[in-house]
Design a binder for this molecule. Structure first.
Ligand SMILES: *Cc1c(COP(=O)(O)O)cnc(C)c1O
Length: 225
């Protein structure tokens, strides 16, 4: 019990400090993956309403148990067969990287009589493990008739993950690249206003390079197992 009180206190303190430090116009997504309900409730008590999860099942379970005014963001890779489980409530899907996935999201959005907001994930890191599309692929996607026919999805912007390296210059260059793609696309697509970039280790750099949405886990909730 004392252990929990200590963690609760720590979480309140971290949320307060980080929220105060973020510039206006930068949205905080609190990444709660692997964290228990009690800790999310504590974060909720500080006023936080946007939470990010990377597994559909875990997000669905938590959504059922937590207040309904929470905005749930799916930040992980999404398998098409899992879209239906989150379609009734998900607020923003960050990791969309194909027309096939967009079509599935659109289909499930129609079933739920909703319009589901999405971000396209761009590949900015050199690491093979990081997913995402290229600028050319995004432009090709926007040019297709199929894309134009998807009325129940809305692309709000882009998301990207920098390489997991200590070289700050490399991370900066990757964020700069993402921002330039974002700016290029803004000329062709209205309504794009969200640039999701920056995690615990690199969010200050990301904000410097034009991020409008940071996804923070460990700096808020502590290290994950
Ligand atoms: C886990 C995760 C985060 C948060 O990572 P931290 O380093 O704990 O802040 C952000 N974005 C994505 C896509 C993640 O999977």
């Amino acid at each position: 019990m004392q252990f929990f009180l200590l963690i609760f206190f720590m979480i309140r303190d971290r949320f307060k400090k980080i929220k105060e430090s973020l510039p206006k116009g930068v949205t905080l997504v609190a990444v709660s993956k692997t964290k228990p309900i009690a800790l999310i409730e504590e974060a909720y008590q500080t006023g936080q309403r946007i939470f990010g999860e990377n597994k559909v099942q875990e997000m669905v379970d938590k959504q059922a148990k937590l207040p309904k005014d929470i905005s749930w963001h799916m930040i992980g890779h999404v398998q098409r067969n899992k879209v239906k489980y989150m379609a009734p409530f998900v607020d923003l899907i960050h990791g969309v990287d194909s027309l096939k996935l967009l079509k599935e999201i659109n289909k499930e959005a129609i079933k739920n009589d909703r319009i589901i907001s999405c971000l396209l994930q761009l590949k900015i890191a050199e690491e093979e493990s990081k997913r995402g599309m290229s600028l050319t692929q995004v432009e090709e996607l926007f040019a297709t008739e199929e894309y134009a026919s998807l009325k129940n999805i809305k692309i709000l912007g882009l998301m990207g993950m920098a390489s997991f390296v200590s070289d700050q210059n490399q991370i900066k260059e990757e964020f700069k690249h993402l921002k330039s793609v974002f700016d290029t696309l803004q000329n062709t697509l209205v309504n794009m206003n969200t640039l999701s970039m920056g995690m615990s280790g690199d969010y200050l750099l990301a904000i410097e390079k034009g991020s409008t949405m940071v996804r923070l886990g460990s700096v808020l909730f502590g290290k994950r197992e």
